[in-house]
Write a protein that binds this ligand. Structure first.
Ligand code: PBG
Length: 324
C-alpha cells in the first residue's frame, strides 16, 4: 500500500463532506443575549468600551429583544442600571426597580422570549460591591437576605429564570428556598457557579458603572489559577438546587467547561464576557482580524468544550451569520 496509509484529508475535501462529519453544531438556539436596561425613554446610549452594545430604556429594549427573538435567539439576560444607588442596593429588589419594570414590559410584548435576570447587587450598591459591606468586608449572610428578596422581586415581575452572579456562599439554596416559599417552584436557577475574579469584566463595569469603590472581588470570585475548586463550587451549587450551572469567562476557561461537562449532568452555560467581546471587536476595528470568522470560531470552541448554552454579546451577529 502506498504511503501514507492514513489520509484524514479525505474527509475535508469539500464543504459538503466537512458538514457531514462536523462534530459540533452552532445555532442561534443555544445563545443568550445580555442586555443593559436603564431609566428614561428613547434612550440608546452606546457603551464606549463595548461598541455596538447600548444601555437601553425599557421602550427601546423591547424592540431590541423582539429583533433578537425574530433572529432565533430564545433568551435574553438583563442587567439593570438604576436611577440611584445606595449602600444596600435597594434598586435590585424594589418592585418598581429598573429590571422589574423591564421584565413586565418584555413578557407582555414578546411572551415567547425567555427572560433571565442577572441576580447581583453590584449594579445597585453605591460602593459597587456584590453585597452588604460590614467593617470593610462583604458580609456573606446578610447579603443572602438581600439576594433572596431580589429573586422574589424578579419572579413577581415575571422573570422566567434567575441567575445569581454574586458568588456568596449558600446563595443558591437560600434563593431556592425563598422562591419555593412563595410558590415560585417552577422558576429555574442558573447559577454563575465557577465565576472567576477576572480582568475580562472591565468593559462590563464601565457599562454598569459597577467598579468597586474600594478593594476588589477576590474575596468571593474565584482565583484564575484554580481548577479543582471550580468543580467543588459547581457541585455545591447543584446540591443547593441549581438547575443550570455556568462557567465565566468562557474562552480563557475552556478547560473548566470541559471538565464540568464530564463530571456533571446538568446543562452547562458559558459566558463570553465583555472583555472577550471587546478584544475581538477592537482587533476587528483595527482591521487586524476577520470579525465574522472569529465570532463563529470562538463560539464553536465554547460549544466544543462542552457548553450547552452561551451568553454572548455577539448573539445577534452570530444568529445573522448562522441564518438561525
Ligand atoms: C455581576 C456581573 C458581572 C458580570 C456579569 N454579572 C460583573 C462582575 O462580576 O464584576 C460581567 C459580565 C461581563 O463582563 O460581560 N453582576
Amino acid at each position: 500500500m502506498a504511503f501514507p496509509t492514513h489520509r484524514p484529508r479525505r474527509l475535508r475535501r469539500s464543504e459538503a463532506i466537512r458538514t457531514l462529519v462536523r462534530e459540533t453544531r452552532l445555532t442561534a438556539r443555544s445563545l443568550v443575549f445580555p442586555l443593559f436596561v436603564c431609566p428614561g425613554s428613547k434612550v440608546k446610549d452606546e457603551i464606549k468600551s463595548m461598541p455596538g452594545n447600548y444601555r437601553w430604556s425599557v421602550d427601546l429594549l423591547v424592540d431590541e429583544c423582539r429583533a433578537a427573538y425574530d433572529l432565533g435567539i430564545p433568551a435574553v439576560i438583563l442587567f439593570g442600571i438604576p436611577e440611584t444607588k445606595d449602600e444596600v442596593g435597594s434598586g435590585a429588589y424594589n418592585p418598581e426597580g429598573i429590571v422589574q419594570r423591564a421584565v413586565r414590559a418584555l413578557k407582555q410584548a414578546v411572551p415567547g422570549l425567555l427572560v433571565i435576570c442577572d441576580l447581583c447587587l453590584c449594579e445597585y450598591t453605591s460602593h459597587g460591591h456584590c453585597g452588604a459591606v460590614k467593617n470593610g468586608e462583604i458580609d456573606n449572610d446578610s447579603t443572602l437576605d438581600l439576594l433572596a428578596r431580589t429573586a422574589l422581586a424578579q419572579a413577581r415581575a415575571g422573570a422566567d429564570m434567575v441567575a445569581p452572579s454574586d458568588m456568596m456562599d449558600g446563595r443558591v439554596g437560600r434563593i431556592r428556598a425563598a422562591l419555593d416559599g412563595q410558590s415560585f417552584t417552577q422558576i429555574p436557577i442558573m447559577a454563575y457557579s465557577a465565576k472567576y475574579a477576572s480582568g475580562f469584566y472591565g468593559p462590563f463595569r464601565e457599562a454598569a458603572d459597577s467598579t468597586p469603590q474600594f478593594g476588589d472581588r477576590r474575596s468571593h470570585q474565584m482565583d484564575p489559577a484554580n481548577q479543582r475548586e471550580a468543580l467543588r463550587e459547581i457541585a455545591l451549587d447543584i446540591e443547593e438546587g441549581a438547575d443550570i450551572i455556568m462557567v465565566k469567562p468562557a474562552l480563557p476557561y475552556l478547560d473548566i467547561i470541559a471538565l464540568a461537562r464530564r463530571r456533571f449532568e446538568v446543562p452547562i452555560a458559558a459566558y463570553q464576557v465583555s472583555g472577550e467581546f471587546s478584544l475581538i471587536e477592537a482587533a476587528a476595528r483595527m482591521g487586524w482580524i476577520d470579525r465574522e470568522r472569529i465570532i463563529l470560531e470562538s463560539l464553536t470552541s465554547i460549544r466544543r468544550a462542552g457548553a450547552d448554552i452561551i451568553l454572548t454579546y455577539f448573539a445577534k451577529d452570530a444568529a445573522r451569520l448562522l441564518g438561525a
